[in-house]
Design a protein around this ligand. Structure first.
Ligand code: GDP
Ligand code: MG
Length: 162
């Protein structure tokens, strides 16, 4: 059975775009509006000859529970079945209260976490990614899921921790 990498983070940070980049197909639903329901969340992937399973998260509607709890809860379910976690943050926005809820859950989980600073579309945005060092998750990997910038280094790390 291939190891499992869960992709977690708040809506609209680019999780599904990153999944599509990794699998090389447009199967995960990318939405400009956060919180769209979608059924398929597991994808087979491969990098440098290592196969793994990707679990995308985020296909849910807002409900009375409120967004922070809902995002953290959904991420928690994915993390339970994962061997490692890619925590995706929007580097152009920085850390929000919803991100903080996920951070707390990830610390408790004890699973290996790779911090992905997404939307670093050009070198000028690298400085924003560096601001994420303080979260305590090791080196933030600056990537642009849309353009593919930095995703090779990120995937090298994925293979190391899986
Ligand atoms: P998810 O809700 O976390 O799955 O985010 P999506 O993958 O659906 O993307 C949300 C929005 O962010 C879409 O409009 C994407 O086109 C955009 N997006 C995703 N990755 C990038 C990126 O690397 N750079 C930029 N500029 N936009 C991105
Ligand atoms: Mg998505």
């Amino acid at each position: 059975i291939p190891p499992v990498l869960a992709i977690v983070g708040r809506p609209n940070v680019g999780k599904s775009t990153l999944v599509n980049r990794i699998i090389g197909r447009r199967e995960a639903v990318v939405e400009d509006v956060p919180g769209v329901t979608r059924d398929r969340v597991s994808y087979q992937a491969e990098w440098n000859g290592t196969e793994f399973t990707l679990v995308d998260t985020g296909g849910w509607e807002h409900d009375a529970k409120g967004i922070h709890a809902r995002v953290a809860e959904q991420a928690e379910r994915a993390v339970e079945v994962a061997d490692a976690v890619a925590f995706v943050v929007d580097a152009t926005v920085g850390i929000t209260a919803t991100d903080e809820a996920v951070v707390k859950m990830l610390r408790r989980s004890g699973k290996p976490v790779i911090l992905v600073a997404n939307k670093v579309d050009d070198m000028a945005l690298e400085a924003e990614a560096a601001q994420l060092w303080g979260l305590g998750f090791d080196y933030p990997y600056p990537v642009s899921a849309i353009h593919g910038r930095g995703t090779g280094d990120f995937l090298d790390r994925v293979i190391e921790v899986l």
